[in-house]
Design a protein around this ligand. Sequence first.
Ligand code: NPW
Ligand code: ADP
Ligand code: K
Length: 465
Amino acid sequence: MRILPSGAPILRADEMRAAEQRCFGAGVSQSELMERASLAVAREVARLGAGQPALVLAGPGNNGGDAYGVARLLRGWGHDVAVAAIGRPTSGAAAANAAAWQGKVESLEQVSARPVLVDGLFGTGMSCALDAPVAAHLARLVAAASVSVAIDIPSGIETDTGLDLGAPDGITATVALGALKPAHLLGAGVSKCGHVLLADIGVEPGAIWSSIARPRLQAPEPQAHKYDRGLVVVVAGSMAGASRLAARAALHGGAGYVILAAPEPATGGPDAIVQRTIEGRDALAELLTDPRIGAVVIGPGLGRDEAAKDLLEAAIGCERDLVIDGDALSLLGEAAAERLRTRKAATLLTPHAGEFARMFDAAGSKIEATLAAARNSGATVIHKGADTVIAWAGGKAVVASAASSWLSTAGTGDVLAGLVAARHAAGGSADEAVWLHSRAARLAGPAFAADDLIGRIPVAMGECL
Ligand SMILES: NC(=O)C1=CN([C@@H]2O[C@H](COP(=O)(O)OP(=O)(O)OC[C@H]3O[C@@H](n4cnc5c(N)ncnc54)[C@H](OP(=O)(O)O)[C@@H]3O)[C@@H](O)[C@H]2O)[C@@H](O)CC1
Ligand SMILES: Nc1ncnc2c1ncn2[C@@H]1O[C@H](COP(=O)(O)OP(=O)(O)O)[C@@H](O)[C@H]1O
Ligand SMILES: [K+]
C-alpha cells in the first residue's frame, strides 16, 4: 500500500513557482529555501537508507541544486556519498550548492550503482522527454539500488499531468517539496513515485486542489427518522445484478431508506430494500415526484435500449438530485454537458475513463479535464480509475490515488454509485464516498468480489465516526 499524504495541497509547476516567489517576497532567500529542501530530503534518505553508501544524481537546474545540498549534508553526517551529474547548475543557489560540493563528480554513464540512490536530475522544470541513454542509466541505477529517493518528483514524469517521459520503475519514495504536484497522483506517477512524503519547506501553497482525506461522519441524531437519513431510489434496468449492488451499497452506506425501482418484480437482495415495480417512463417520473428523495441512481445495469432511454429521460427531467453512472453515461454521450447544464437539482456523474471520453474532452491533465467537464455540465464529476479525480463546478478538485488495485473487478463501480447516492442523500460529499469505497476495498483484502465490498462499508464508516 502506498503512502500518500492525506488532505494535502496540490500545485501545478507554475503555481509552485508563484508560491516560491511569494516566499522570496516575504524575505526568505533562495539559498535558505533550497537548504530547507535539501535538509528535508537528506533526512528521509538517512532514515530510509540506514547508513548504506549513497549515490546522488544531480541535474543542471534547481533539482540538481537540491541534490548537491543533499550530498553535502549526508557526507557531513558521516555517510559514504558519491555524486554523478548531468550538466552543472550555472546560477543562483543551485550553482552555489554545486560549488560547495567538495567531492568528485562522476558521469552518469560511468558511475557504479550504490545501495542508496538519490534522484536529483530533473524536477518540476522537466521540459521534454528524457534522452534514451539518460533514461536507461537512471533505470539501471534505480534497479540496482535497494532504496531510491526522488527529489520532488521522479526524473522523467511530467509535473502537471503525470505523463511518463522516461521515468524509472522502482523508486522507493519521493519527497514532494512544499506541496504535492499532480504527477504524484496522476497517470504514470501513481506507480512511478513510490511512497510520497510531503516536506514542509515553509512555502505557503494556497491550493484549491488536494489529495483525499478521511471524512468525519456523525451517527444519526438521537431523534433521527429513516427519511432524515436519506431516501435513495435506484433505478434498475436489463441487468438486475448491477442495480442490486448499487442499492445494497446505498443501504450500507448509511441511507435510511432504499427503493429499488425495477421494470419487473426483483428477486434476491436484502429484504430491507423496498422493491417497486415501475412500468416505463411515466411511472418512474411519478415515483420521483416524492420530495423526500435525497438521491436517485440511474445507470448501473440500465442497458442502452429504448426502454433505458425512456427511464433516463424521466430521471433527467425530475427535480431530484441524480447520480448518473454506467450505461446512462454512455447514453448521454457527447450531449451530456448540454443535457445536464439546465437541471435545477444536483447531478453527480461517475464515469470511468471510457465513459468520460464519450462525454467530454479528455485533453490536458486528468484534473483539468475533469474540472472542465464539471464546469461545462454543472455536475460534480467523479472521474474513476487508479487516479480518481473528483471535481466540482466551482473549481475545487480532490484526487484519490492510493486505492487497492483489486478494485479492478466488475461491479465495484456500481457499489460506488450507490455509496455516492447514500452519502449525498445524507448531506455528505462525493469525496466522502470515494474515501469509504477505497477504505472498504482495503479492508476486503485481495481478490474480493464487488459484493464483498458492501459489507466492509459500515466498518470503514466506523473509522470516521
Ligand atoms: N518551487 C519551489 O518552491 C522550490 C523548488 N526547488 C527545486 O527546484 C526544482 C525545479 O527546478 P528548475 O525549475 O530549475 O527545474 P529542474 O527540474 O531542475 O530542471 C531544469 C533544468 O533541466 C533541463 N531539462 C529539463 N528537462 C530536460 C530533459 N528532458 N533533458 C535534459 N535537460 C532537461 C532544463 O533545461 P532547459 O529546458 O532550460 O533547456 C534546465 O536546465 C524543483 O523540482 C525542486 O527540486 C527547491 O530547490 C526549493 C523550493
Ligand atoms: N487499478 C485500480 N486501482 C484503484 N482503483 C481502481 C482500479 N481499477 C478500478 N478501480 C476503481 O474501481 C471502480 C471500478 O468502476 P467501473 O470501472 O465503473 O466498474 P464496473 O462498471 O464494473 O462496476 C472505480 O471506483 C475505480 O476507481
Ligand atoms: K528528481
